[in-house]
Design a protein around this ligand. Sequence first.
Ligand SMILES: Nc1ncnc2c1ncn2[C@@H]1O[C@H](COP(=O)(O)OP(=O)(O)OP(=O)(O)O)[C@@H](O)[C@H]1O
Length: 322
Amino acid sequence: MIDQVHKYYDGSHVLKGIMLTVPRGQSILFRGDNGSGKSTLLRTICGLLRSTTGRVRWMDGLEKEDQRTIGYVPERFPQLNMSPYEYLMAMGRIQRMSDRDIQSRLDELMGLFRMEPYRNQRMNGFSKGMLQKVNLVQAMLRKPDLLVLDEPLSGLDVDAQRKLQQLLIEMHREGTALMMVCHESDLLDGVAERIITLEMGLVVGDELVKVSESGADRVEPVTRKILLRTESACTLIVCCRMSEELHLLLDAHEAVAMLESYEEEEDKKTDGLTPCLSVKVQSPSSDDVLRLILGAGGSVVSVQQISAGSTENEEGILCASH
Ligand SMILES: Nc1ncnc2c1ncn2[C@@H]1O[C@H](COP(=O)(O)OP(=O)(O)OP(=O)(O)O)[C@@H](O)[C@H]1O
């Protein structure tokens, strides 16, 4: 769970209270304009960057660093003064793989990406695409619980792009969770089952998508969203399109069912394009409401406090989907 993660760089607020619940093994594509905070979020999730406040919490069995394996494909890979083979053998040994296992995985992955002709050449003369293939292989040497890929298609030729797409689908089927940033998201059709959109450090969209057997169908949104607003630590106001105010969450299941039915009605009026519901929720604390939504099978994707007295038309700050 990504729990209220904020990141500041020299006073610039880059991640603004990101809150995401991620089920085990999910494949997620993050999208958003340049500078919206995608890479910063990925690095924070990997533990390579410390958030200013908030934290990433892991589920049972993966809480400790040595219990989980994360593969990370950074946006840029350096031109090292060594060969792919030397580098990847070293990377495998660091991950405590046996030489036999590294060899066998290298044969598989280097063969797939047609890297054999240059496996023993020094990387300081490599093209962008050749470096990117080494970058991908280092992250996939040991089957990770989570594979984080920042612009994985960058520089790859068409054949390698297609093979990567298939490989990611396979790894995901075998249980690896994926978190990807990719501007050419069409090329990863069929890989992601959830698409999260960032805008200026905020989550502004969160959709589940259908992934077909072949993995090649167009994505279709299947989850609707509810935008909620917190006005103080003690009251949550679900952003309104309807005039009435409902006091709910007496029972979490009832409340979520009610939210869903309102969403459906509003979706009909708005073609499902905009957030829909307007109810007021009384609760002793925003944490309690979050717990209720999560406990009822909903997912919270973004939470941010706003000061009391803000107008109803400000952007929703707590985003939940069900
Ligand atoms: N090390 C850093 N020091 C200062 N500011 C940084 C640093 N890294 C990122 N930023 C700033 O944080 C913001 C978000 O950057 P980030 O790289 O996360 O965006 P992004 O969504 O991945 O962008 P792109 O699509 O261009 O890769 C940008 O304004 C960037 O200038």
